[in-house]
Every structure is written in structure tokens, then in C-alpha cells.
Design a protein. Sequence first.
Length: 257
Amino acid sequence: MENQHPYQRLQVQLAELIANTPPGQRLPSEPQLAKELGVSRATLREAMRSFEGQGLIRRRQGKGTFVVQHPRVIESGLEILESLETLAQRIGLQVHMGECTITQLPADAFVAEGLRVKAGTPVVRVERVIHADNRPVAFLIDILPDDVLTPEELNEGFTGSVLDFLLHRGMPQLADSFTEIRAVAAPSDIARRLEIQRGDVLLMFQAQLFDASGRVVDFSQSYFLPGYFRFHVVRRVGVPVRPLEFEAQEGGAKPVG
């Protein structure tokens, strides 16, 4: 490790420590570990975040940092829209809904833009935490016009997936989804729900779900712990554009072909 950058060396040391600690056991406290490794607590905390994102450790406020079993990763292509429950079932992973809040409220400017409705339009907001391997791994928010879904409809039989609920109900007829994907720093409210530190990196999907008429029937934001999810895209190879050939002419050039 002599030729390694100090931060890279720290990552290697932490990886060895985690690998040699049985699942369920607590790691040394941050002050003790920082002293042993010769780094500041801030540097140590930053390095630990990557291992938490991989699902190898779990930091619990006031209790310490624990090594966990390497999680089964939920993997999916992005060409087909499927619920988290469907993806987990495919690999035999049990997931369940934890804390769930359903509220009716008027759409603010941000939601109105996402749903393509006027500000103040009545909407239903569904927030819930999804658990796997005895820990929260995703926080999901769906916002729908109240003529598409009402809170009363979710009182029975709702297990966490708005997509599956609409598909099983059969209306509206769903067509496609436009999704923006980016990495974000966890705000304090979501960090609390996912039992992580504020500022930890999350994978966020922001999506508009369209029905067959082109109406946006669901505007959603989904936050995933990176270590528990792996997404991929299958892309076709494009046909290269043939470079333009120019023929010199008096007074200029014009493309040929």
C-alpha cells in the first residue's frame, strides 16, 4: 500500500476491517477508529459513506456502526417500467412497506408542472418506506390527481406500489413513462426515514407516468440506497452519419452526397 494515495489506503484498510468483522457486530467508535487509522473523523466519515452505500455497513444514530450481510441486489433494465415489488419477487427477495403517509393537498408550482395541471389542483400524495433485509432501502413518493386515485381506495390492499395498484385496477390505461435519473444528497427528512446520514448519496428517479391519452396520471420521486440496486440500459448501436464531402467550387464549396 506504499504507493497508494492516503485516501485510497484508508479505503483499503476499512474494507479489510469490514471483511474481517462478522455480520451483526459493531465496528469501533468513530473517534477510536480515526485515531487507530491516523485520520480525522471527517475524513473517516466520508470514507465510511461509500461502504454504507454498498450496503456493507449500517450506521445507527447513538448506537454505532454495524457490519451487515452483503445484500442481495435488486437489478433491472430500464426499458420496461416495473414495480419494486415485482423486481424483488423475481430474485426471491421479501420486501414490505413500512411507514406510509397519504395526504390530500393542492398542487404547488413544482407538482403542477410535473403533473401538467394548474397550481391548486387537488392531488393525492403517497409517501412510504420500503424495507428489505430488515432495513429501509427505498423511499417512494407518488403524487396523483385526486380524480385518478383517492385515499379511500388505498385503505385496503395497498402494499406499496402505486403502479401495481393502477395496473390491477385496470384504469386508467397506462402507456409509458418519462424518467430522469440522478444522484442526490439525502435531505434530513429522507435520511431519517432511510436511517442514513444527511448528505449521503442516493439514487433518485423522477418520473411522469402517462396514460393512453397522453395525460400525466402520476408524478413520482423514488429514492434508492445505491448498494441495494443496480440498473442498466440495453442500447442498440446507431448507424454512423456519413461525413459530408465537399467539392471545391468557385466562390465557395458545396456538399456532395
